[in-house]
Each structure stands twice: as structure tokens, then as C-alpha cells.
Ligand binder design. Structure first.
Ligand SMILES: Cc1ncc(COP(=O)(O)O)c(C=O)c1O
Length: 397
């Protein structure tokens, strides 16, 4: 038999998706699993959204539409961007996608020529480097630390730029670190991006989960609108992970190319899901704000429990719904079964196998010294997870 695509075969599968799938499978088999692995709100999709999609299906709104999506939904996205972010887009500059992940795919497909360098601050969302490599680009990482609140500085950005640099991917708020760049920090980064004539892919999927620092889109700073490919969606803000609906907001120069990609790759995201998104866009977002307030309480609870177990005050993640915990001091310790904890993968495997606790190794996000907890789970689940984590840590010698 002939070989499969070498390019595609060289891409790693998403570790977060694998662990989440494994945890769900073990649970379905009746195993006692507590999972803080998934990047998925634990609430149901709001009723108005569910009803809007049901109604669309009942009314036969289930046919093919334009590759960019329904015009009324794109208009509503443009309205949201104007109202909440001060950004003026026409409906023609919006492309609805099958989740924000597809919007990331579109963005990289539109930008990368072979050997183009794409700058990615680490820790990063698992998908970015793999998709960059898929399109034959080169991911260039900028390391951050808990001491720098997992944020890059303008100097670091400047130093990472070469003549091959095409774009910077900025995920604000960040999965997995929870870092949120302030408007002042974004302005400083934007000046480097503009001075060096780069594109910026701005993944704003956690926009609504900012607990202390005010959210700003980097596209709103001088010279950025025409070079920013904005990514957002409904998975996290409206508990619509399984609906697969998100969007790109694009400069006029890039929109036609992404429309073309979309027309060949997926045609368009699910039509009923688009009607669900329309209901989300027309809502007053009180649901989102309530969820944000709940997540803040959960963050504080989990952070205090894990800090207590580790005997140190953990960095405060100001956004998203993840706690990214440095655990390097545990590496080298030995489990009751005699296995050495050598890295974040062996530590997370130990917690899953011995205590039924699913969390994600930092290695998946390019930072092996840490592990990621999602706090998009009930307080009861967080307390149980904290108990299992404590048992796991205390059992190490
Ligand atoms: C930073 C980031 N971008 C994009 C996505 C993908 O979102 P969606 O489920 O809408 O594809 C995720 C999901 O975990 C994410 O964390």
C-alpha cells in the first residue's frame, strides 16, 4: 500500500482532546473519575438558544447557506464587535466557522507560506503549533514564567522577530495560563507588531471571562485593524461546545481568501447552530455575566485548595477558566508503586490511574513544569478533585 501523507502524519493529536475522551470513556465504563480536564463549561446551553435552534429545524431552516454563513448572523456578529469591542466590521468581513478551532485553521491556511515563522507565546493552546506545522510554517515560541504572569514583553517579541516572521498568535485571555493582557500591555505589543509589519491572529474565545483586568481586543489599537485576524465564538461564552460555531472577523483584504477556503473545506457551519448563535447574539448576555461570577468564585476556591496542598501561593489567573500550576518541585519523587514522577505527563498519569483525577499535563501546552486544572466544574467536583490531588501529592515520597 502507498504511504499516507507525511505532512499530516507528522502532526500530533490534541492531548487535551485525548485526555478528555479517555476520562469520559472511563466514566462511561463506571470508573470513579473526576475530570478537570475539559475546557468546557459545565452548564447547559441557555434555553433561548436551544429553542431558537429547535425552531429553525422545525421551520425547515436546515439547508445549505452561503460559505460565510447567514447574513443576519454575520450582521449580528458585526454589531457585537462594534458594541462590545469598538470595532467596525461589515457583515462581509465576518466568516462563521465550525467552532473557533476552524477559525484558527482558516487563519493559518490564509497566511502561511512554507518556512514562514509564526510566533507563539508559551504556554499556548495545543492546536496552534500543530496547525502551523501542518501548513509548513515554523512555530517560534516565546517562553514565559509564572513570575511574568505567563505574559510576554514587547522586548521578548522584538527579539523573536526575524525576516521570516509572518505573524504572532495572541490568545487573550490565555488557555492554559489564564493570563490577561491589560490594554496598556496590548498597546505596547501592538506597536512592535505594526513596526515590523506583521499579522496578528487574535484568539479572543475567553473574552467574557476576565475577572480583574478589563478586556480589550488588540485589533482596536492603532494600525492593528488591517493586520488582525480576529477569532471568537460561542463554545465557552454560551456553553455551545458541541454545536461547533465560531467566527473570523477579517480585514477586507483577507475575507475573500478565507471565504474561498471555507467554500472548499466545509461549505459553512451547521445551519441550525447558526440560528442558535443568532439567539445568543441577540440576548442580553446576563447568562454569560452570571457564569463569569460563578467561575470567579470557583477559581478562588480551587486556587486556595491547591495552594494549601502545595504549601505555596499560586499565581492568580485573571481570565479564562483554568488554573495553571507549577509542580516542578514534585518531579523526582516516587509513587507508592515505585514509579518516578519525571515530568507533567507521568504526574498526570499517576493522578488518573491511582486517584481517578483527570487533569492536563503542561507539556501539552509547551510548559512541562506545570499542570492545568479546569475550574469549569461544580464546587462539589472541585472539592473532590482537590481532595484527590492532595492524596496524590501526599502519597509521593
Ligand atoms: C484558546 C482556544 N481557542 C480556540 C478553542 C476552540 O474553540 P471551539 O470549541 O469553538 O472550536 C479553544 C477550545 O478549547 C481554546 O481554548
Amino acid at each position: 500500500m502507498k504511504s499516507l501523507s507525511l505532512q499530516t502524519s507528522s502532526i500530533a493529536a490534541s492531548m487535551t482532546v485525548s485526555i478528555d475522551t479517555l476520562a469520559k470513556k472511563l466514566k462511561a465504563e463506571g470508573k470513579d473519575i473526576v475530570s478537570l480536564g475539559a475546557g468546557e463549561p459545565d452548564f447547559k446551553t441557555p434555553e433561548i438558544i436551544r429553542n431558537a435552534a429547535k425552531e429553525a429545524i422545525e421551520q425547515g431552516k436546515t439547508k445549505y447557506v452561503a460559505p460565510t454563513g447567514l447574513e443576519e448572523v454575520r450582521k449580528a456578529v458585526a454589531h457585537k464587535l462594534q458594541k462590545e469591542n469598538g470595532l467596525s466590521y461589515s457583515a462581509n468581513q465576518i466568516v462563521l466557522t465550525s467552532g473557533a478551532k476552524q477559525a484558527v485553521f482558516n487563519s493559518l491556511a490564509a497566511l502561511i507560506n512554507p518556512d514562514d515563522e509564526i510566533i507563539i507565546p508559551a504556554p499556548y493552546w495545543v492546536t496552534y503549533p500543530e496547525l502551523v506545522k501542518w501548513f509548513k510554517g515554523i512555530p517560534v515560541f516565546i517562553e514565559t514564567t509564572p513570575e511574568s504572569a505567563f505574559k510576554i514583553t514587547p522586548e521578548q517579541l522584538k527579539n523573536a522577530i526575524t525576516e521570516k516572521t509572518k505573524a504572532v498568535i495572541l490568545n487573550n485571555p490565555c488557555n492554559p495560563s489564564g493570563a490577561v493582557y491589560s490594554p496598556k500591555e496590548l498597546k505596547a505589543l501592538s506597536e512592535v507588531i505594526v513596526d515590523n509589519d506583521l499579522f496578528c491572529i487574535s484568539d479572543e474565545i475567553y473574552e467574557h471571562f476576565c475577572y480583574e483586568t478589563e478586556f480589550a481586543s488588540i485589533a482596536s489599537f492603532a494600525g492593528m485593524y488591517e493586520r488582525t485576524i480576529l477569532i471568537n465564538g460561542f463554545s465557552k461564552s454560551h456553553c455551545m461546545t458541541g454545536w461547533r460555531i465560531g467566527y473570523n472577523a477579517l480585514p477586507e483584504t483577507i475575507a475573500p481568501l478565507i471565504t474561498k477556503i471555507q467554500s472548499q473545506a466545509i461549505h459553512h457551519p451547521s445551519t441550525p447552530a447558526q440560528y442558535g448563535a443568532l439567539a445568543a447574539l441577540k440576548s442580553d448576555n446576563s447568562f454569560v455575566f452570571n457564569m463569569r461570577d460563578t467561575f470567579k468564585i470557583r477559581r478562588d476556591l480551587l486556587r486556595s485548595k491547591i495552594s494549601e496542598t502545595l504549601g505555596k501561593q499560586l499565581p492568580n489567573p485573571e481570565g479564562a477558566f483554568y488554573l495553571f500550576v507549577p509542580v516542578q518541585e514534585l518531579y523526582g519523587k516516587v509513587t507508592p508503586n515505585g514509579k518516578v514522577i519525571s515530568d507533567s505527563i507521568s504526574f498526570c498519569s499517576y493522578l488518573l490511574e491511582s486517584f481517578g483525577l483527570a487533569i492536563i499535563p503542561g507539556k501539552a501546552f509547551g510548559m512541562d513544569s506545570c499542570i492545568r486544572f479546569s475550574y469549569a466544574a461544580s464546587e462539589e467536583t472541585l472539592l473532590e478533585a482537590s481532595k484527590r490531588f492532595e492524596l496524590g501529592v501526599k502519597s509521593l515520597k
